[in-house]
Design a binder for this molecule. Sequence first.
Ligand SMILES: [Zn+2]
Length: 59
Amino acid sequence: MIGSRLVCLFNRHRPARETVEWNGHAFVGRCKRCGVEIRRREVGGWRRRTSGEEPIFKP
Ligand SMILES: [Zn+2]
């Protein structure tokens, strides 16, 4: 769907449920629409996972 892919271009993704896992710091997975690696953030929801991004440690 062009409409849903457009959302991915704005870095708003939706995880494919079967790919979601806990990596010890955050939930990570793959977008079911564009296939990119994403992680769930406390603020902003599922966003693209950048290679230089530090793990998020919870207090
Ligand atoms: Zn996506």
